[in-house]
Design a protein around this ligand. Structure first.
Ligand code: BDP
Length: 688
């Protein structure tokens, strides 16, 4: 026995040292496990992709294959395919029966694959059975949005160039396409939009569709459906039509023919994602038509093939006095006017993926139109891939926010999953943070955000803490000496970013040329006001914040009672949203007794202190982490600590000119000169 153990540890050693921990294997490292819940497997036919993936993982965990048996014995894993309506298309159950067999039941191969990945996750995180569980995903479409351009750059991408090698496709197929599909399937993601919402019309050219087909063919066995972002003016650009008016016969026919061409190549194509009449993109309003007219035309073209349209509600107009109100104002009157294969895609917050925003009031507003959330996994406004910011907590806060649409408990989760108003289409999307970097996401911890998005899309009731814990166990080690403190660090990390960037409801204090550093002073003559920080913070000698109360822009009225009144009252508004909804005086009394200015200073300082603490925690983790990843993360934390001080000093020194009050004496003094900070101009050419 002793000898067996030492052979085993030797084998582990070889396995560990033989593979560099460069992050390329993500959470699918399949490290050796001693206690396994089964010893053989039984299935019909060839078992398909599910068995293939299990065997591959098994080789990693044990160095050998799991033997196949014809007659299940005790300790056999049995893959069972059966009609089982309640499980739905993607659901599965795993049960250990009296004889010790593990029965994995599902309706099809993809669902078996989900079941296998679930089992592997349980094994890798230390569970050995017996099992008795059923998993049915919350949303039917769990989709990534890539903002990848056809020239290989990624809009708001911080992990290198695009994974999609358009120049080489369809002849050359990068092995990362399959690795990408596997990673997504392992967390239940079942769809992806390959290209930027600021869509190049060329994506719909025959030449590109053939490239898309090659990718779709690789994704198919993993249950991943391909979607494309389309440019509303495509018919004019690709085929010289006079216009793209959605009510014109020729235009409608063009889209029908295009749909036919696409489905001939890709029979399971998912559909279109559309950004229209937003930030200069063409759309139906160019012809005096509505979003519904535009969406319905595309929906009609896709309908015969069961395709769908995801129509974005990210709209704002410089003429509007409050950008936060626009999506609601434009889309509410269209409720009920969309075809049944259209779903409206709405960003979590009403402005734009800020470190903290209240939920967009369109959630819980429309009754007849299905609405899906768009989350941003890539950290456009949370320190790019330089800052450690675990977004599980942000999305949990958003999904569990109560809209009050049908009384208390009408959480965003429940209004989007079809519980409150039954909708055929349910979906959730996340703007991907993936690029061709070896570790996929730039920062090793940014992998956790891809992972968390998938897990929440599968089950929106999972907690951010549980997800962080399972991710850490698979990605690093199951050792609680590591998992406990690092989970804690992750759970605080997004709040730390809010504290050192934009606490108490402040938003959009970002620099003009990038969304990385602070520029609350930014003023560009002639620029759109709603692209300038002062539009949002409105700092004056009286106070700071955007008045969205009844006396201000009245954005509060877009929320249901009692939220609207709660947000409207300066003393009832939750303090994390204070300056989102109120222009509060500098001496406004906070709940803890401090005045607003002092509290703002303490918040910025707390953010800085939190990052300092993350550094200390991380340094203590050295014994549990491979050198490569340890040093990489350590170095990024240093950058984050410096940036936190930069943010704090810039914002406090700038706002102090208005508050005319001292920084409370017991916190760290600024170490920069405001004038020096104003001179910082980052070269972000590689980031935008
Ligand atoms: C903003 C981004 C911009 C996107 C836009 C969008 O800065 O790059 O194109 O959103 O979502 O957050 O359409």
């Amino acid at each position: 026995m002793k000898r067996l153990i030492s052979i085993y540890s030797l084998f582990c050693l070889v396995l560990f040292t033989g593979r560099a921990e460069d992050g390329s294997r993500l959470w699918l490292r399949n490290t050796p496990v001693t206690n396994l819940p089964f010893e053989s497997i039984s299935y019909r036919g060839d078992g398909g992709i599910a068995v293939q993936e299990l065997q591959q993982a098994w080789a990693g965990m044990t160095g050998s294959r799991l033997p196949r048996v014809d007659t299940p014995q005790a300790n056999t894993l049995v893959l069972k395919t059966e009609k089982n309506k309640p499980l739905g298309k993607d659901g599965f159950s795993i049960r250990t029966n009296e004889t010790g067999q593990t029965i994995l039941t599902a309706q099809n191969e993809t669902a078996h694959l989900y079941g296998i990945f679930h089992l592997l996750r349980l094994i890798q995180t230390g569970h050995t059975g017996p099992f008795n569980l059923t998993e049915i995903p919350t949303y039917s479409i769990r989709i990534l949005n890539h903002w990848d351009n056809l020239n290989g750059t990624i809009e708001r991408g911080y992990a290198g160039y695009s994974l999609w090698k358009w120049d080489e496709l369809p002849a050359t197929l990068s092995p990362r396409y399959e690795a990408y599909a596997r990673a997504n399937a392992s967390i239940g993601i079942n769809a992806t939009v390959l290209n930027n919402v600021n869509a190049n019309p060329q994506i719909l050219s025959t030449q590109y569709l053939e490239k898309v087909k090659a990718i779709a063919d690789i994704f198919r066995p993993y249950g991943i459906q391909v979607y494309l972002s389309v440019n509303f003016a495509s018919p004019t650009v690709l085929d010289g039509l006079a216009d793209a008016d959605p009510l014109r016969k020729e235009v409608r026919l063009w889209w029908k023919n295009k749909a036919k061409e696409i489905y001939t190549l890709i029979p399971d194509f998912g559909g279109f994602l559309v950004k229209a009449n937003s930030e200069g993109q063409p759309g139906p309003q160019d012809y005096g038509r509505t979003h519904a007219d535009g969406a319905n035309m595309l929906a009609e073209a896709l309908k015969p093939y069961k395709g769908i349209v995801m129509w974005r509600a990210f709209v704002y107009d410089p003429k509007e006095p409050d950008r936060a109100k626009q999506a609601y104002d434009e889309f509410m009157p269209l409720d009920g006017k969309f075809h049944d294969n259209v779903i409206v895609q709405v960003k979590n917050g009403p402005v734009d993926f800020q470190p903290r925003e209240p939920f967009t009031p369109l959630f819980g507003a429309m009754k007849k139109t299905p609405v899906m959330a768009e989350l941003q996994i890539t950290q456009e406004y949370l320190g790019f891939s330089n800052h450690l910011a675990y977004l599980g907590t942000m999305w949990e806060e958003f999904l569990q926010a109560d809209t009050w649409q049908a009384g208390e408990g009408s959480t965003v989760a429940r209004v989007t999953d079809g519980t409150i108003y039954p909708h055929k289409l349910t979906a959730i999307s996340g703007v991907a943070n993936i690029g061709e970097d070896t570790n996929w996401t730039g920062h090793h911890f940014a992998q956790a955000n891809w992972y968390a998005f998938g897990r929440l899309a599968w089950n929106h009731n999972l907690t951010a803490g549980a997800i962080a814990g399972e991710w850490l166990r698979q990605t690093f080690t199951t050792n609680p000496e590591f998992v406990t403190p690092v989970t804690e660090l992750m759970l605080q990390s997004r709040e730390a970013v809010v504290n050192y960037m934009m606490p108490l409801g402040l938003h959009h204090l970002f620099a003009w040329g990038h969304h990385y550093g602070p520029e609350p002073w930014c003023d560009i003559p002639g620029a759109r006001p709603d692209w300038l920080p002062s539009y949002y913070h409105k700092a004056s000698s009286y106070g700071i914040g955007f008045d969205r109360t009844h006396k201000g822009s009245n954005a509060v009225a877009q929320y249901h009672a009692p939220l609207s009144e709660q947000f409207n009252g300066i003393n009832t508004c939750p303090e994390p949203y204070l300056l989102w909804f109120h222009h509060a005086p500098w001496d406004h009394r906070m709940k803890n007794g401090r005045i607003l200015w002092d509290e703002l200073c303490y918040k910025y300082d707390t953010g800085v202190q939190q990052v300092r603490q993350f550094q200390k925690t991380w340094d203590r983790m050295q014994p549990y982490v491979d050198t490569e990843r340890f040093l990489h993360i350590q170095s990024r934390l240093r950058t984050q600590a410096r940036d936190a001080v930069w943010w704090k000093d810039a914002c406090l020194l700038y706002f102090q000119q208005y508050s005319k009050r001292p920084v409370p004496y017991d916190i760290e003094r600024p170490v920069h000169e405001l004038e020096e900070l104003k001179k910082i101009k980052l070269d972000m050419t590689h980031h935008n």
